[in-house]
Design a protein around this ligand. Sequence first.
Ligand code: AHG
Ligand code: MN
Ligand code: MN
Length: 310
Amino acid sequence: MQSLHNFLFEHNKKKNNLPANLQRVIVEIMRASKYAEHAIRTEETGKSGETNIQGEEQLALDIKCDQIFCNILSDSELIAKFASEEQEHAVSINGEAGLYSVAFDPLDGSSLLDTNGCVGTIFGIWEGNGFIGKSGNDLVAAGYIQYGPRTTAILSFAGNTHEFTLSEIGEYHLSKENISVHENATIFAMGNLRASTERPEYKAVLDYFLEKKKTLRYAGGMVPDINSILCKHSGIFTYPSHSAYPKGKLRLLYECAPMAYIMNNANASAVDEFGNNISDIKITELHQRTSIVLGSTNSVEKVIEILNKK
Ligand code: AHG
Ligand code: MN
Ligand code: MN
């Protein structure tokens, strides 16, 4: 079993496109994920009594996971800025002296905690100081950790997407290399299905997948829903806008842009409901939202065609 450290080192020895400092940031994030994993498996799943900038009730573990990633990365002289779903503003760590800025959804799918569902952490790594004016195209690495029966991590950099699994001795090792997603979806995960009551075109998407007898796989967490697509090498995930979320619910900086980067490096697509590449969308504010249709390229194109039929 090849360890994460060895994989990163060997990758750069062969391709010389993964700088040692970027390797160090990735390793620090993965080290922090072990503390988050422990907290998720052992601490209370209850509410904190606080709300975040999104006006969403924060669970104690939302805050705890945010603190874990923020504290560990604040110790690194490599980090310029740290941004998170759980903090209104980006935290300036080393400013211009830092090489990378990192954005986190420290605990994705926290509403699934009390049901013992799969939750995750999503992150994106940009070069330089800050995020505003950049886009997903400027990411140099991205990934997520899924805290499930096993703890696995998807890491994407230098044009490829790989899976690593956390072993009993607390070491991440390579479990899937160069993941690729087939162009036609076999499974579908339609988020925000309530929108179909206002948007007949979204109901038409559901009818399409039912007519094609596709298999519904919907966990209600972005990480497990997208992880199914990568592990099954096929599938589609949608979360369109509707009256409650006129721009969509999911956040560009720390959910959609990292997931789009991961998918694009696995031969899959990620667009908004109008068909614009998520990776092209400029970051204008930390918590801006977008709709998203992501996964098998042909199926993404078909969904956009149905959603935008005149
Ligand atoms: P978070 O827990 O970080 O706020 O993210 C929840 C997101 C995402 O994980 C999931 O795809 C989506 O919310 C589900 O939204 P609904 O609960 O509206 O279905
Ligand atoms: Mn989330
Ligand atoms: Mn979250």
